[in-house]
Design a protein around this ligand. Structure first.
Ligand code: SF4
Length: 360
């Protein structure tokens, strides 16, 4: 059955919609109102739940400053004036710098915060795993320098996956000093229930996930995306289903949206949380937002229609369904994409290295 295409109703004038019956209609992409910029995929640890498959095994590739400037200029033009001037930072608002672990290259982070602030980008914050928070002096100096450059706040990650490699006292130090530097309105502890639980239990040092689970605490309060590395490293904790269970659903809402998109250090425009997929070169945001021609992107075309289409594309390239099943539709999607990334030439499957680091 031929795929049906129509431009997403963004509430804005339709741009880039072609009506030629011989050509797929362009898919309009709304200009982002909130975004994250990955400075690198390199990280101090390899969390088992990491959506972006970051780890110490990635090369130390950092976003180039001139590339970042072009990306930030594009984001500034779509984000400026969209928030009240005194709005606190929010997980799904404004601009965040992330990774990987952005503090592994503090000078770059500091410079990019300054560029973003000069461009008038609202709600700038940084996301960190606090692995670098070894002394009060280091943390205070760095956070004050970032605030001076225009950083509004910080998001400190807290969860049992990080606890496997980040001593909890570093997390507590990060939170304590961040509150002092940025104030409570601009410090996001994500996820706060874990912070409260680990504090109450008096955890010191690191703790393997298996120990954490044995003690009777659970993942029930976790906001956990069953995609990325979690699909491979945490699958044993979840029920699994055959591929057909996930047929009949389109990912249009996840792929074509204006909030919490990401740009990586290779300038891939990543839709939402769908790591390993690229809608194009984020240095030219105007071109992406003018519309994507799905004819050149078979994986995107399939995902916008129905996961069953992606499955058929995978099978056509030799993909074999996993006997043990899948924990989520994103697991199925990712497993097929990993197979396709190894077999074919699909420009939207980028960066290719993402698929090689899923099981780090
Ligand atoms: S199934 Fe694939 S495209 Fe859809 S939301 Fe999950 S990762 Fe994204």
């Amino acid at each position: 059955m031929p795929l049906q295409w129509r431009a997403l109703d963004t509430g804005r004038p339709k741009v880039g919609v072609r009506s030629c019956p011989m050509v797929f209609q362009m898919v309009a992409v709304p200009r982002p109102v909130s975004a994250g910029v990955l400075l690198t995929y390199k990280c101090s640890g390899a969390c088992r739940h990491c959506m972006y498959a970051c780890s110490p095994r990635w090369p130390a590739d950092w976003i180039a400053v001139d590339d970042a400037e072009r990306v930030l200029e594009g984001l500034a033009s779509s984000m400026r004036g969209r928030y009240p001037p005194d709005a606190p930072v929010g997980v799904n608002s404004g601009l965040h710098f992330t990774g990987g672990e952005p503090f592994l290259n503090f000078e770059l982070l500091l410079g990019l915060v300054g560029i973003a602030a000069d461009l008038g980008i609202p709600g700038i914050f940084v996301e960190t795993n606090a692995s670098w928070c070894v002394t009060d002096a280091v943390v205070r100096d760095r956070l004050r320098a970032l605030r001076g450059a225009g950083l509004r706040g910080i998001l400190i990650s807290v969860n049992p996956f990080l606890l496997e490699h980040v001593p909890f006292e570093r997390t507590k130090r990060a939170v304590r000093i961040a509150l002092e530097v940025f104030g409570p309105r601009n410090v996001l502890v994500y996820q706060a229930p874990f912070y409260e639980e680990l504090s109450r239990l008096g955890i010191e040092g690191t703790l393997p996930l298996e120990e954490y689970l044995k003690e009777g605490y659970g993942l029930a309060c976790a906001e956990l995306f069953l995609s990325g590395r979690a699909a491979y490293k945490l699958a044993h904790l979840f029920p699994r289903y055959p591929a057909r269970r996930f047929f009949g659903s389109s990912c249009r809402r996840e792929l074509i949206r204006d909030w919490h998109v990401h740009v990586d250090n290779y300038c891939n425009f990543i839709p939402g949380f769908c790591a390993g997929l690229s809608l194009g070169d984020a240095r030219d945001l105007t071109a992406i937002c003018a519309g994507i021609d799905p004819a050149g992107y078979p994986v995107l075309r399939a995902l916008l229609a129905d996961l069953a289409e992606l499955y058929r594309l995978g099978v056509a390239h030799g993909y074999v369904e996993r006997e043990e099943g899948y924990i989520s539709r994103c697991h199925l999607c990712l497993d097929i994409r990993r197979h396709l990334a190894r077999r074919g030439d699909f420009p939207e499957l980028a960066p290719r290295a993402f698929y090689e680091h899923l099981e780090d």
